[in-house]
Design a protein around this ligand. Structure first.
Ligand SMILES: Cc1ncc(C[n+]2csc(CCOP(=O)(O)OP(=O)(O)O)c2C)c(N)n1
Ligand code: SF4
Length: 342
């Protein structure tokens, strides 16, 4: 076997200390055809800017594949590959394993290369959840899976997914005069589920591009800490959520300020809340969910009763969950007392 210097090391990407320290180079540029105000496109741009040039990006089918690679045009400056709708986990793991094998055998220069696979909420939280779960158990491979969550199967015309919020109007859940609320399921808690269920995965985080530096730094941390890691990004989508594209940034902020989408990371088993979520934990009042919901046409049919139900579910997440916004179980008082007594 040829000599090799392979170490399985990751790139060391220090956190950007403020917006002025963010690098100027872009690796997701012009040439895409996403909607005006598309936050998922911004997530792609920030994600790869944070990762830098020695990065391979893989993407499952969805808006970020279709709108970004149409008729021989592409905004990607780094190597990029499309993978099947439910396959972001397998693509990430396979690519990381392939690079590792080639470098180990001396068939490729040994250097840390970032592998990032992205998926939409349909591709990641529904169809590809099993593959992501499997990947997060393979701690010997360095790869990041980023789920960009626009809360619908957007590319095929806004069908509801397991991440669509309660009551939202989608092409599969149009409100009618007889039945107003068609979609009655509550959104999955994917980041919490993956963090709690994969104890050897060293990094799971939630992000929102309205808080761009924080978002890029979480990507940098995930790639630096290594092993398979996971980030969930909430992305306002003007087409699917039905609002004026200029409100994308504001809606991202409101999702955090109302407490609907908590920002946190689980880093080597330690949970840290971020930004306005941290402020809420420390006592800041959450904004009422109606300030977020009523800016979006997909909730235009909501009555006071629907708003109250939504608010109560979010309140429950903050007031009753064992770890607010992350872990929903409640321990029995007797169990808590027994643990304290030990
Ligand atoms: C196995 C499979 N089923 C269905 C499709 C059709 N399809 C293409 S994109 C897409 C929507 C994907 O939704 P999501 O993952 O949420 O990404 P988004 O379009 O919202 O960016 C669907 C259903 C497909 N490409 N492959
Ligand atoms: S439908 Fe939504 S996610 Fe898709 S390109 Fe348009 S704004 Fe972006």
């Amino acid at each position: 076997m040829p000599e090799t210097t392979f170490t399985n090391a990751t790139q060391v990407l220090e956190a950007f200390k403020g917006i002025k320290k963010v690098t100027i180079e872009e690796y997701f540029t012009s040439g895409h055809r996403t909607c005006q105000g598309c936050e998922s496109a911004l997530v792609m741009k920030l994600m790869v800017k944070a990762a830098g040039p020695r990065t391979i990006v893989l993407g499952s089918t969805g808006c970020m594949y279709v709108a970004n690679t149409t008729y021989y045009t592409t905004p990607w400056v780094v190597p990029w590959m499309h993978t099947q709708l439910g396959s972001s986990g397998a693509a990430a793991l396979g690519t990381a394993a392939g690079l590792k094998a080639l470098m180990h055998k001396g068939k490729m220069k040994s250097e840390p290369i970032n592998v990032i696979a992205f998926c939409g909420d349909g591709g990641g939280a529904d169809m590809g959840l099993n593959g992501i779960s499997a990947t997060l158990t393979h701690k010997e491979y360095n790869c990041l899976i980023l789920l960009y969550d626009n809360e619908s199967y957007a590319n095929t015309d806004i069908q509801l997914s397991g991440m669509t919020p309660y009551g939202a109007h989608t092409t599969f859940s149009p409100p009618g005069s007889v039945k107003r609320i068609i979609h009655t399921r509550w959104k999955k808690n994917v980041a919490g589920m993956l963090a709690a269920g994969h104890t050897e995965c060293r990094y799971v985080a939630t992000v929102c591009a309205s808080f761009a530096v924080e978002m890029m730094n979480k990507v940098r941390r995930a790639l630096t800490i290594g092993g398979p890691t996971f980030i969930h990004s909430l992305d306002p989508c003007p087409k699917g959520w039905d609002y004026d594209p200029m409100l994308s940034h504001e809606l991202g902020e409101l999702a955090i300020e109302t407490g609907i989408f908590p920002l946190y990371e689980v880093d080597d088993g330690v949970l840290r809340y971020y930004g306005k979520t941290k402020a809420i934990i420390e006592g800041r009042k959450r904004k009422p969910v109606r300030e977020y919901l009523l800016k979006q046409g997909r909730f235009a049919h909501f009555t006071e009763e629907d708003l109250a139900y939504f608010q109560a579910k979010v309140d429950e997440m903050w007031d009753k969950w064992e770890i607010p916004g992350v872990v929903p179980f409640k321990r029995l008082e007797a169990t808590k007392a027994a643990l304290v007594a030990k």
